[in-house]
Design a protein around this ligand. Structure first.
Ligand code: C2O
Ligand code: CU
Length: 475
């Protein structure tokens, strides 16, 4: 009997999966869900005379009792843990000021944002202790749920695990029919796992952290009072390595309305949604007055999604505000069409520290892409579970081992799960910001893998100048 069959049998017979073949501890007894879910505050911008919206972030240290009775050192933006939600609309000019109050250098990367490479916040835009970085750009992309987190090469896993992560919501002319009142019926859910032993080794083992305690928005065993008939959840997998297979305790069906980089063409009804690290989904769930239901994650049969855990208890009020029906069409960004002569690039994920046999090298440009190109990127995975994230772009998944992705994952994305021993093909649309000397990154978003070298660099250049671009970066 393999592990999956064992778990299936254990579930059927009501046995607890006390001793899986991995030797990991059993799934813990369900906690009481008595702490109210924290909602990250919205970050108020200051609007300058010329209309630019200024957002101020301070990276700081703090102490937080993330797990009961275990206060621990945490890092956060403008607070001791996690960061405020940034919200801006298409067409907004934004200017960030990011001050680093840590004792070590860090960066802030705007994951999912389409912007010039110098503003991207990757490993080439380090902010020294005491320093302030002020990137600015114009938001020009469809409505989406994106996020921000540090990206210092070799240190990202530790910086994110300590708490440096926040959401970045992009609005675009809004779809009024979708629930949209922040914190009421439009609710961010940042999913992260913690190792309750407390001294988690973020770079240990094959995958780094696979914790045994679940946090939502930094809250352990949270409940949320539901006050509207329909709630839109913006779910972000902000974990170092864990993959979530989200279901409701009563098996209810719900609708996915958006992927990482935009809305779907129409809501897709599902009973489960899977998210690997860095991925997002927008889902709409319908409630009846007075009911209670658990949001859970269940084992998926891979190393990075072992274990069943309850995440969040949803408690519907005795009276719910009526919500409009779900629209049958959504404001999806247009499909990415691959031209017949599209360039195909191949990426082989080797072990857990290299792509195409090469470890990340900050001074090497791996790929040169002409501005505005649409290409096919083919990602082949040899052994372990991985995923793949590309900065700056939006892509659509063409196929996974020749099979179409599930309907709920056919929208615009920037991060995709790559199962062991499989090949994922992506239709990738690159933007128009050119800079031959500042690269964007592509990498596995399991942070231990990213840190140990499963990452590469590409530049976007003026079409026709590809051959003239230097393949090394001077520091
Ligand atoms: Cu979310 Cu290169 O990162
Ligand atoms: Cu990986």
């Amino acid at each position: 009997m393999n592990r999956r069959q064992f778990l299936a049998l254990a579930t059927l017979t009501g046995l607890s999966a006390a001793c899986g073949s991995s030797g990991r501890p059993a799934t813990p007894a369900p906690p009481a869900f008595r702490t109210e879910l924290r909602i990250p505050p919205l970050l108020e911008p200051r609007t300058a005379r010329d209309g630019t919206r200024h957002f101020a972030l301070k990276i700081q240290r703090g102490r937080t009792e993330l797990l009961p009775g275990k206060p621990t050192e945490t890092w956060g933006f403008n607070g001791p843990h996690l960061g405020p939600t940034i919200r801006a609309a298409r067409g907004d000019r934004v200017r960030m000021s990011v001050t680093n109050r840590l004792a070590e250098a860090s960066t802030v990367h705007w994951h999912g944002m389409r912007l010039p490479a110098r503003m991207d916040g990757g490993p080439h835009q380090m902010i020294e202790p005491g320093g302030t970085w002020t990137p600015h750009w114009t938001i020009d992309q469809p409505a989406a749920t994106s996020w921000y987190h540090p990206h210092p090469h070799g240190e990202t896993a530790g910086h994110v695990y300590r708490g440096l992560a926040g959401m970045f919501i992009i609005d675009d002319g809004d779809t009024p029919e979708l629930p949209g009142e922040y914190g009421v019926d439009d609710v961010p859910l940042i999913l992260q796992d913690r190792d309750q032993a407390g001294d988690a080794d973020v770079l240990g083992g094959t995958f780094g952290i696979l914790g045994d305690r679940m946090l939502v928005n930094g809250t352990y065993a949270p409940f949320m009072t539901v006050r509207a008939e329909r709630v839109r959840f913006r779910v972000l997998n902000g974990s170092n390595a864990r993959r979530y297979n989200l279901v409701f305790g009563d098996g209810r069906r719900f609708h996915v309305v958006g992927n990482d980089a935009g809305l779907l063409a129409a809501p897709v009804e599902v009973e489960q949604v899977s998210l690997s690290p860095g991925e997002r989904a927008e889902v709409v769930v319908t409630f009846s007055a007075g009911e209670q239901v658990l949001l859970r994650t269940v084992s998926g049969g891979d190393d990075i999604d072992e274990g069943d855990f309850d995440l969040l208890k949803l408690v519907a009020a005795e009276r719910l505000t009526p919500s409009p029906a779900l629209p049958s069409r959504l404001a999806a960004p247009e499909a990415i069409v691959v031209p017949a002569n599209a360039r195909v690039r191949r990426f082989r994920l080797n072990g857990h520290d290299a792509i195409n046999g090469k470890e990340m090298d900050m001074s090497r440009i791996d790929e040169v892409v002409p501005a505005g190109a649409t290409e096919i990127w083919e990602v082949e995975n040899t052994v372990y579970a991985h995923n793949f994230h590309i900065h700056e772009v939006a892509f659509q998944v063409l196929d996974v081992d020749g099979q179409k992705p599930p309907p709920y994952a056919t929208g615009h994305k920037d991060t995709v799960y790559v199962p062991p021993k499989s090949t994922v093909r992506l239709a990738v649309r690159f933007g128009g910001f050119t800079d031959p000397v500042t690269p964007y990154m592509y990498h596995c978003h399991l942070l231990r893998h990213e840190d140990s070298g499963m990452m590469g660099q590409f530049v976007i250049v003026e079409p026709g100048t590809e051959d003239r671009v230097s393949r090394t970066i001077a520091h």
